[in-house]
Design a protein around this ligand. Structure first.
Ligand code: PLP
Length: 419
């Protein structure tokens, strides 16, 4: 377990690319999550569920752009939708267009708690707008989020509220999967507009929310006059009607993002009609909601094609069943070791924990993680051509086969035997 991290990346072209990029971008890239030491690998191109770095190494893609890359690289149906939107309509018409209503209607039909929705360009934005609805409707100001939660670049709670968190004075942090703690927060604060929660803490390590806990978030919020905001930016792909459907939750507001734009930048927030009236310009007290690219035809058409033709409810169930079988195989080889796998369906994280016990919340990870093993594992995987996130996260892309899964399992087994 104390093995030296002796890997040196054999990627001179990536190293040179990073050096050149560092001339213009701090850290040489533009997404902190993709910065890896000693330097981030630079990918050249992808096709299906395969990637090639600029040094020419091939990888099986098990990151799938942290769940947004569900459709795989250069999916033909998405490609056709994009080209035909570009050729037939143009990208930005500076006006309402037919494509946005089609995608909105499809999403409302998939997620029963969403009667009305609006689009934006990222999951972060979706959450910011959803919380504005909650503040406007309740007249209250504070928001409960959970330690380890992630709702966007300026809405991250990995280690509490940071200097990067918006409205730093208005957050109250709860303990994930702890109903009593949430109850005590409601008893000590009377200005809570919303509770925002992920049905599975994704970036925080794919820690599933216990169904009883999530239901108690719903009931406690209702009891205390706060809105229940379910962030399904990552989890809505885990069941045809999202984890809210799987767990029978009725959030007041839901936020979506990632794959719903067919792989292009998108966010959406929705819920009951009367709540979404907050952004209905026909209302005299409506809040403004704008965004130059909110309804660009490329994203709308790609999202609609993807959801209607590719990620059908049947395809959703199949991909998540494949994910379940990967997790079961990994759990079998992890038995009695420090390796622990958590997740739901096709999205999971491989952890290395001193006691080898499943974590319930981020505090368990903080206390028991073995970071050297995690890092060594990441090098082990990428050196063998398996592209996973350094944090141990895996999210399956469409096109991944049982054979691909078995190859990854074999590579992980090799690691477990050695370390
Ligand atoms: N909410 C959750 C649960 C997420 O996982 C993410 C992104 O990882 C976001 C919100 C933010 O989405 P975006 O990166 O599109 O702003």
């Amino acid at each position: 377990a104390t093995a030296e991290i002796s890997y040196t990346l054999k990627n001179p072209a990536s190293e040179a690319a990073h050096k050149a990029a560092s001339e213009f971008m701090p850290g040489g890239n533009t997404r902190s999550v993709l910065y890896n030491r000693p330097f981030p690998l630079c990918m050249g191109n992808g096709k299906g569920n395969r990637l090639w770095d600029v040094d020419g190494h091939e990888y099986l893609d098990f990151i799938g752009e942290m769940t947004a890359g569900l459709y795989g690289h250069s999916n033909e149906i998405i490609r056709d939708a994009l080209f035909s939107a570009f050729d037939q309509h143009g990208v930005n018409l500076g006006a309402h267009n037919l494509q946005e209503a089609k995608l909105a209607s499809l999403l409302c039909s998939r997620f029963p708690s969403i009667e009305h929705l609006r689009f934006c360009n990222s999951g972060t934005e979706a959450n910011l707008y959803a919380l504005s609805v909650a503040r406007k409707v309740t007249g209250k100001r504070k928001v409960v989020a959970f330690n380890g939660g992630y709702h966007g670049g300026v809405l991250g709670f990995a280690h509490g509220v940071s200097e990067n968190t918006v409205d730093p004075g208005y957050w109250i942090l709860g303990t994930y999967n702890d109903r009593e703690h949430l109850e005590s927060l409601f008893e000590t604060h009377d200005d809570i507009a919303a509770v925002i929660v992920e049905a599975m803490q994704g970036a925080g390590g794919c820690l599933p929310g216990e169904i009883s806990f999530l239901r108690s978030v719903q009931s406690l919020a209702a009891k205390h006059g706060a809105l229940f905001v379910l962030d399904e930016v990552m989890t809505s792909r885990l069941y045809p009607s999202g984890l809210q459907g799987k767990y029978d939750l009725q959030p007041d507001l839901t936020t979506l993002g990632k794959y719903i734009g067919g792989g292009l930048a998108i966010g959406a927030f929705g819920g009951r009609t009367e709540l979404l009236q907050t952004y209905d310009p026909r209302q005299s007290s409506a809040l403004p909601h704008s965004g130059t690219f909110n309804n660009n035809t490329l994203t709308m058409a790609a999202g609609y094609a993807g959801l209607s033709q590719v990620y059908t409810p049947q395809a959703n169930l199949e991909l998540n069943a494949l994910g379940d079988s990967l997790r079961i195989k990994l759990q079998a080889i992890a038995k009695g070791t420090k390796m622990v796998i958590t997740g739901v369906g096709a999205v999971m994280t491989i952890h290395f924990l001193r006691h080898g016990m499943p974590p319930l919340r981020t505090e368990d990870l903080d206390k028991h993680s073995v970071p050297e093993l995690k890092r060594l594992f990441w090098f082990w995987c990428i050196e063998r051509g398996y592209w996973i996130a350094e944090r141990g996260m895996i999210s399956l892309l469409l096109g991944t086969t049982m054979q691909d899964i078995d190859l990854l399992v074999k590579a992980v087994d090799g690691f477990v035997i050695q370390y």
